[in-house]
Design a protein around this ligand. Sequence first.
Ligand SMILES: Cc1cc2nc3c(=O)[nH]c(=O)nc-3n(C[C@H](O)[C@H](O)[C@H](O)COP(=O)(O)OP(=O)(O)OC[C@H]3O[C@@H](n4cnc5c(N)ncnc54)[C@H](O)[C@@H]3O)c2cc1C
Ligand SMILES: NC(=O)c1ccc[n+]([C@@H]2O[C@H](COP(=O)([O-])OP(=O)(O)OC[C@H]3O[C@@H](n4cnc5c(N)ncnc54)[C@H](OP(=O)(O)O)[C@@H]3O)[C@@H](O)[C@H]2O)c1
Ligand SMILES: Cc1cc2nc3c(=O)[nH]c(=O)nc-3n(C[C@H](O)[C@H](O)[C@H](O)COP(=O)(O)O)c2cc1C
Length: 600
Amino acid sequence: MTQMVPFVPDDAPFSKEQRAWLNGFLAGMFSSAPVPEIAAKPAPLKIAVFYGSQTGTAEGLARKLTKELKAKGFDATLTSLEAYTSAALALERYAIFLVSTYGQGEAPDSAQFFYEQVCVEHFPRYENLQYAVFALGDRHYETFCKFGIDLDNKLLSLGATRILDRVECDVETDGPFARWKDELFKRLDAISKGGQQPAAATPEMPAMPPSVAIASPALVREAPPATVTRDNPYLAPLKEKLPLTRDGSTKTTLHLTWSIAESGIRYEPGDACGIIPQNDPALVEDILNLLRFSGEEQVEIQKAGQVSLKEALRHHLVITKLNRKLIERYATMGQCKRLLGLLAPEQQTHLEQYVYERGLIDILEECPGVIHNPVDLVTMLPRLTPRLYSISSSPSVHAGEVHTTIAVVRYRSLNRERGGVCSTLVADRVPVGERVPIYIQPNKKFRLPENPDTPVIMIGPGTGIAPFRAFLHERRARGAKGKNWLFFGDRNAANDFLYREELESMVADGHLTRLDTAFSRDQEHKIYVQDRMLENAPLFWSWLQDGASIYVCGDASRMAKDVDAALHTIVSRQGNIDHDGAKEYVRQLKDDHRYHRDVY
Ligand SMILES: Cc1cc2nc3c(=O)[nH]c(=O)nc-3n(C[C@H](O)[C@H](O)[C@H](O)COP(=O)(O)OP(=O)(O)OC[C@H]3O[C@@H](n4cnc5c(N)ncnc54)[C@H](O)[C@@H]3O)c2cc1C
Ligand SMILES: NC(=O)c1ccc[n+]([C@@H]2O[C@H](COP(=O)([O-])OP(=O)(O)OC[C@H]3O[C@@H](n4cnc5c(N)ncnc54)[C@H](OP(=O)(O)O)[C@@H]3O)[C@@H](O)[C@H]2O)c1
Ligand SMILES: Cc1cc2nc3c(=O)[nH]c(=O)nc-3n(C[C@H](O)[C@H](O)[C@H](O)COP(=O)(O)O)c2cc1C
């Protein structure tokens, strides 16, 4: 008996091209006839490049990769993991992920929902998916590249196949990215030539139309290259430096105005300013003296070429922090018993404490006589990276300027006064008039609502106030009629009320509809911004019902999590819904681009 060959009817929800493919596929399966001709046509390999990025590094590399894949003839698309779904991924055959890690080993905000879905849902499995992961991170974190590692392992456990092994990349990305990319191209070329096609030589299915496919709304187009970039920064003159905290404060927070009038730099409220820092020259001298180097020795630094050791230590390398890899290398080289002991797995907590309290100088003092050659030193130190600061000015109001709000990091440890590299540089060693290399780090996920009538709720304790000052000025300049509510908190009202006069005058003239403050150290028990949110829960809820967008900026490790928990509590209590319902509500806020975070 002849077997009936099924076919896809004309009114099935497929395009002509897809119907032809499916009919051809079914014919191939159900008859002994050779696979229809369409199957033999080599279509360009369709490759989905995904990024999960907080501050743009992974996104930048993903753009570069997509561009090069296209130039090589692949059908490459670039997509943010934000709002991408696990179901959509099941329709991909080749996927490349470039993802960073944030918080303490977590996914960047934009990738969290996607990852939750992949973890929670057992279906779909990804048997047809071939993928590669380029994980970005920072070796200073114990949870180095954890999100990339987790994602890679998860995809593998769901049946997907690696195109090549995962790369875990430290903050210096250029070299590892170039090597990984070369290898990836080789593998993809081999796949295109049929070398590694999956066993069933299934022809490439034409792309599903939007009515059938789960669309990926965050598809991103190539951006035109900016002239001022991280690799090509602008030397901006410091125009103004003012303390925002008073003399009696337990910390110093500064307002810094950078002139960009001559630079052609453009930015939007919500963007950050990157500052290329330098180490303290006094600390560099101490290190050179300890090692008995003159500092004039020539060393090779990637991208910078041949430079003196002094310049390398001042401009290019991290000397204020340690990490496990460095300690491993130093301890092995010098056979330092104490350090080798700290590397044992059961000593992990002690190692973390050791690293937290020390910098390069301490290890050189505690275990001397190890470094005899400047090259040994240079190759064990990580690359110094730019620091980001949320811009606190509005381009519409503060034309030709970028304002930053910087808390100065100072602490004492092991009888030594220490400071954060960048914040002490601008506080102590950059006078007004001096130039510092800066660039703009766009933050497209932290933008004012397009509709000027939308109410906004801003939660920004400490330096978290920075982008909200920008938002408030910008909204006034645009004549936005939407209501503005700011939650600000800091240590003491008398000394740490950042931008007090400005904010109070905005309250007085009605531009700032509400200002709720939480000064944590003005009473015995701590009061934080989230306590003020909870006290005002009915009003907070009514703003949400009116369509308000929520913005959170500042500390990621505790504040942002506690504020998030308070938001869930408000939704659950006021909306009279259970925990899962509140989770769903907040998730919907994120999906609707009504809940944004810029946390660090
Ligand atoms: C998107 C984004 C926006 C940001 N916006 C702002 C902003 O608007 N304003 C702002 O001030 N910062 C902001 N930051 C943080 C900023 O980028 C820097 O991380 C911060 O200024 C510290 O940099 P630093 O070079 O001065 O210190 P670093 O040299 O990086 O030193 C900081 C490190 O010192 C160590 N340390 C600090 N205190 C102690 C202690 N008591 N004991 C032991 N070790 C300690 C910790 O390891 C800490 O991580 C932002 C960060 C990001 C990612
Ligand atoms: N991840 C980071 O590297 C990071 C992030 C943020 C700030 N910092 C550093 O901290 C220093 C000061 O920063 P800052 O001025 O932005 O802020 P901050 O002084 O650390 O904090 C501002 C306010 O937030 C309060 N706070 C503490 N824990 C909170 C929580 N769980 N929820 C809500 N509020 C909380 C603080 O209270 P109490 O202090 O009284 O508890 C204070 O009143 C700087 O040196 C900065 O670089 C580092
Ligand atoms: C607040 C903060 C937290 C971070 N946490 C981690 C971490 O837990 N593990 C890690 O490997 N890297 C961590 N990093 C480093 C970033 O992953 C790294 O800088 C990466 O290159 C950033 O890529 P992106 O710009 O695409 O987000 C953190 C960086 C910041 C600013």
